[in-house]
Design a binder for this molecule. Structure first.
Ligand code: ATP
Ligand code: MG
Length: 351
């Protein structure tokens, strides 16, 4: 396994700049997740690392060795895509061993690698089946197995679970986490799924418009987003953003915008309230409830405010609710969208 260094990576397609200077160091054995809006360059960056795209500028090092001009097949990486592209006429065993045979690896070694991967991915009972006789989750595990047997320096995953239904996603996500724990490989993983990003990543890289907005552990990004983009992107439902003057006792200082997550807005007695909101929509999830509300700001549209409550709520559309914003969980952003530092949240250990 190996570490990865990206320095000043730029990628243009014609006159369109897609990657605008990416600097990133990934340690040996790290699980790094790329997130960002559609079109921000996640797949392009992964393909650049894989060697499936050339760079316009910058350099790539794997374990200290420069590979920027090295062909994909000589980089020693393995990529797993969203569409698993198994060979339909081959069994699971053949799908996993095919590339190794082409590499001239001895039969006994191939069998031992395939069996080990099959055991890790719980595919042992399916080795003689063809892909058509497998579920979507099993097929995707075969695609992952095909990557494992190659013993790559780095695993690259581009939304590998996005074609699976919710239950299979959860099951396969757990298998990936267990796999990483077992083989300890360096893994780079692209996803749109907040839960996958939060649960799998050692570090998350938030991309936006071909640049890195922030790099950090999942809870660092959640607790201390560096700017409004990351604040709005990490966390579901999104962080609420409010003008400073709406909050009682808040002295504006350098802050132009306040952020507060839905779990940090609390229904309270009217005398303690920062705001009174009107309930627009109630989403009962059983164990928790999301209230989509709006605060009357005098304008034609109220200011939207999402509130998370534990358990089940008796509130219904149209109800008025006094709420308080927990001071120890307020995020402050300046007029340019950067988090104001020092930030009280920095001083607080995650609870
Ligand atoms: N071969 C290409 N030629 C021209 N433009 C391209 C090419 N490949 C990608 N792009 C553009 O580069 C940008 C980034 O694409 P990319 O596939 O990396 O996005 P992404 O972050 O993976 O998005 P998604 O989340 O939708 O998969 C997009 O605007 C896309 O249209
Ligand atoms: Mg993509």
């Amino acid at each position: 396994m190996a570490g990865l260094e990206l320095r000043g990576i730029r990628k243009d397609y014609g006159s369109t700049a897609v990657l605008k200077g990416i600097d990133l160091s990934i340690a040996d054995g790290e699980f790094v997740v790329f997130v960002g809006p559609s079109g921000c360059g996640k797949s392009t960056l992964l393909r650049v690392i894989a060697g499936l795209e050339t760079v316009t500028a910058g350099d790539i090092r794997i374990d200290g060795a420069e590979v920027t001009q090295t062909a994909a097949s000589d980089r020693g990486l393995a990529m797993v895509f969203q569409s698993y592209a198994l060979y339909p006429h081959m069994t699971v065993h053949q799908n996993m061993s095919f590339a190794l045979e082409n590499m001239g690896i001895a039969k006994a070694e191939i069998s031992s690698r395939v069996e080990r991967a099959a055991r890790m991915l719980r595919l042992t009972d399916y080795l003689q089946r063809r892909p058509a006789a497998l579920s979507g989750g099993q097929r995707q595990r075969v695609a992952i197995g095909r990557a494992i047997v190659r013993d790559p320096k780095i695993f690259l995953f581009d939304e590998p679970l996005s074609n699976l239904d919710a239950e299979l996603r959860v099951a396969t996500r757990k298998e990936l986490a267990a796999l990483h724990a077992e083989i300890g490989g360096t893994m780079i993983y692209v996803t749109h799924d907040q839960v996958e990003a939060m649960t799998l990543a050692d570090r998350i890289v938030v991309l936006n418009g071909g640049r890195i907005e922030q790099i950090g552990s999942p809870l660092e990004l959640y607790n201390r987003p560096a700017n409004l983009f990351v604040a709005g992107f990490i966390g579901s439902p999104r962080m609420n953003l409010l003008p400073t003057e709406l909050v009682r006792e808040e002295t504006a200082g350098p802050a132009a915008t306040l952020g507060i997550r839905p779990e940090h807005v609390e229904p309270c007695a009217e005398v303690d309230a920062d705001l009174t909101v009107r309930v627009d929509l109630v989403e009962q999830l059983g164990g928790e409830t999301f209230l989509y509300t709006s605060a009357d700001t005098g304008g034609p549209n109220g200011l939207p405010l999402t509130i998370r409550c534990d358990g089940q709520s008796r509130l219904t559309r149209g109800d008025l609710l006094p709420v308080r914003l927990r001071r120890d969980h307020l995020h402050r952003f300046d007029a340019t969208g950067l988090a104001c530092r020092p930030d009280p949240i920095l001083a607080r250990s995650p609870s």
